[in-house]
Design a protein around this ligand. Structure first.
Ligand SMILES: *Cc1c(COP(=O)(O)O)cnc(C)c1O
Length: 484
C-alpha cells in the first residue's frame, strides 16, 4: 500500500491552491465572524472515521459547506480584533512547501537546510530589528513557548543545575512583569515551578508603563524575605494598549541587581524594523532574551516566532539533553543542533515562509506595509476624535487604536455596559470584528490594524460602522430613560 498516486496529488494540490486563491479573492464579501453556535460544527461530523476510502469530491463539498462558512476570517482586511495577524501569499507557499518537504529539524543532519536557513533568518531578523549582531536565536512556534524557553534559561542562570536537582530546597524564585504583561508569562511561571505566587505584577503609570520605582521596592522586599529574583519581563507593545515599558531603566536594574532581562515584544518588535519607531525599543539591546512574532505583524503564517539570546549558550545549558542515538560527530564539534535549544525535538521548517516573505517584498516592501498600518492607525484616531463622546484611551504608538464612547457622566460600570453593547452591535453585523480590553479598571474597545490587505477604505468603513452603532445605542438609551 502506498500514498495516493503523484498525479492525483498534483490535481489535489492545484485544486487546493485554486481554492485558496478564490478564498483570498472573496474575503471582503465574507462576514469576518462566522454565524455559528458552539457545537454546530462538531454535531455535523460523523462520530467515527470512515471505514472505507472517501472520494476527494466529498471532502471538497465539506470544505464548502462545513469549513469555509465556519472560519473566523483572520485574512479579511476588515479584521480588527486582538492583533490582526495575516498570512501573505509567499508565506503560504512557504508553509505548503514545508509540509511537503516534511523536514524534521532535530539535528543538523536531519535537515541541514532547515537548520542553516533558520540560522540565516535569525540573522536577518536581528539585523532588521536593529539588534546587535551578537544576538543569536531560533524560530519558535509561538511567543508563549518562546517566553517559557527564555525564562527556563533565566531559571538555570539563577539556580545553576536546577535542571538536575529541581527546585526543592532552594529559595522561592520570583519573576516580575507589569500588570499589562501577557498571560503567557503567568503560564511560564506555572510550568517553571515558581507558581503564580512567584509572579509579581508591577503597577503601571498613566501611560501604561511599568513603574520601576515600585519594581525596585518589590525586589528589595522579596530579597529581604529570602526570595530570589529570577527575571524581569519588559513588554514592548502590551497586548491591551501597545504601551512600552521603560526598557532602559529595567536594563539598568537588571544589570545592577544581576537579574535576567527578558523582553516580550511579540507584536511591537515587528515594527522595530522602522528606524523612526526604533527609539521606542531603546534598552532592549541590553536584554538577555527577546521575543517577537513575524506571524503577528510581518505577514508570515502562524507559527513563526523569533526568539533571540544575547548568549545562546545559556539556553543550551538549560535544555540540552542528548540521547545516545542522537549523538553525532557534527554535534560534538559544535554545529548547531536545534533540539538542544528548547522543548521540541522535531521542529518544522519554519524558516522557509519567512525567507519567501522577506525576499518577495524586500525589506523596503515590508517597511512600506508597516508604515501604511501606522498611518492608518493615526487616520483612524483622527477620525474617531471627531465623533462626539469618543475618548482615545491610550497613546497610539503602533497600529492599535484604543477608545471608548462616554456619552455623559456615566459611572465606570455603566460606561463598560455601553461599550460592551457597542462592541456586540458591530461584531454581530459581521462586517468588522473588533475586541476589547479592561485596563486599570477601564473597559475599552480596540481596533487593531495589521492585516496585510487592510486599506483606508476598510478602516474608514469601520469608523462609519462605529458611528451607526453609537447612534443606535444612543437612541436605545433615550428610549430606556424616557420609560423610566
Ligand atoms: C500575542 C502576544 C503574545 C502571545 O503570542 P503567541 O505567539 O500567540 O503565543 C505574547 N505576548 C504579547 C505581548 C502578545 O501581544
Amino acid at each position: 500500500m502506498s500514498d495516493i498516486p503523484v498525479d492525483q496529488f498534483r490535481r489535489l494540490g492545484q485544486g487546493t491552491v485554486d481554492r485558496l486563491a478564490r478564498y483570498l479573492e472573496s474575503l471582503e464579501s465574507r462576514s469576518v465572524l462566522p454565524r455559528t453556535r458552539p457545537g454546530e460544527v462538531l454535531s455535523q461530523l460523523p462520530p467515527e472515521a470512515p471505514e472505507e476510502p472517501e472520494p476527494w469530491e466529498k471532502i471538497e463539498r465539506d470544505l464548502d459547506t462545513l469549513v469555509e462558512p465556519n472560519l473566523t476570517n483572520w485574512q479579511s482586511p476588515n479584521y480588527l480584533a486582538y492583533f490582526a495577524t495575516s498570512a501573505c501569499g509567499p508565506g503560504i507557499a512557504g508553509d505548503m512547501l514545508a509540509a511537503g518537504y516534511n523536514q524534521v529539524g532535530i539535528l543538523w543532519r536531519t535537515s541541514p537546510v532547515s537548520t542553516e536557513l533558520e540560522q540565516g533568518m535569525v540573522r536577518w531578523l536581528v539585523q532588521f530589528a536593529g539588534l546587535p549582531d551578537s544576538f543569536d536565536g531560533q524560530l519558535a512556534d509561538t511567543a508563549s513557548t518562546a517566553s517559557l524557553i527564555a525564562l527556563a534559561a533565566a531559571r538555570e542562570e539563577r539556580f545553576p543545575d536546577v535542571r538536575k536537582t529541581g527546585l526543592a530546597g532552594r529559595p522561592p524564585g520570583v519573576v516580575y512583569c507589569s500588570e499589562l504583561a501577557h498571560s503567557s508569562i503567568d503560564k511560564a511561571c506555572v510550568v517553571l515551578g515558581f507558581g503564580l505566587a512567584g509572579l509579581r505584577r508591577v503597577p503601571v503609570d498613566s501611560q501604561f508603563r511599568m513603574r520601576t520605582g515600585v519594581l525596585l521596592a518589590m525586589i528589595a522586599e522579596d530579597r529581604a524575605a529570602g526570595r530570589e529574583p529570577v527575571a524581569i519581563v519588559g513588554t514592548a507593545g502590551t497586548t491591551a494598549v501597545t504601551s512600552v515599558d521603560p526598557l532602559t531603566e529595567i536594563a539598568t536594574i537588571c544589570e545592577r541587581e544581576r537579574i535576567w532581562f527578558h523582553v516580550d515584544a511579540a507584536y511591537g518588535g515587528c515594527a522595530a524594523g522602522l528606524p523612526e519607531i526604533r527609539p521606542l525599543f531603546m534598552g532592549w539591546e541590553r536584554a538577555d532574551s527577546i521575543v517577537f512574532n513575524p506571524h503577528k505583524w510581518l505577514f508570515v503564517p502562524l507559527e513563526c516566532t523569533g526568539l533571540f539570546f544575547r548568549k545562546m549558550e545559556r539556553v543550551r545549558r538549560a535544555f540540552s539533553v542528548v540521547p545516545n542515538y542522537l549523538e553525532t560527530p557534527e554535534g560534538a564539534s559544535g554545529v548547531r543542533e536545534y533540539m538542544d535549544y528548547g522543548i521540541q525535538l522535531g521542529r518544522r521548517f519554519r524558516a522557509l515562509k519567512l525567507w519567501f516573505t522577506f525576499r518577495t517584498f524586500g525589506l523596503s516592501g515590508i517597511r512600506q506595509r508597516l508604515r501604511s498600518h501606522l498611518a492608518l492607525a493615526q487616520d483612524l484616531r483622527t477620525r474617531l476624535e471627531t465623533i462626539p463622546g469618543i475618548e482615545i484611551t491610550a497613546p497610539v504608538l503602533f497600529s492599535v487604536v484604543a477608545f471608548r464612547w462616554v456619552p455623559g457622566n456615566d459611572s465606570e460600570a455603566e460606561c463598560a455596559e455601553i461599550n460592551r453593547s457597542i462592541l456586540e452591535r458591530i461584531n454581530s453585523e459581521g462586517h468588522y470584528f473588533i475586541s476589547h480590553a479592561v485596563v486599570c479598571g477601564k473597559y475599552m474597545l480596540r481596533a487593531a490594524i495589521g492585516n496585510i490587505r487592510t486599506e483606508s477604505s476598510n478602516v474608514m468603513g469601520f469608523a462609519d460602522s462605529l458611528e451607526r452603532a453609537i447612534a443606535a445605542e444612543s437612541s436605545d438609551r433615550s428610549v430606556r430613560s424616557s420609560r423610566n
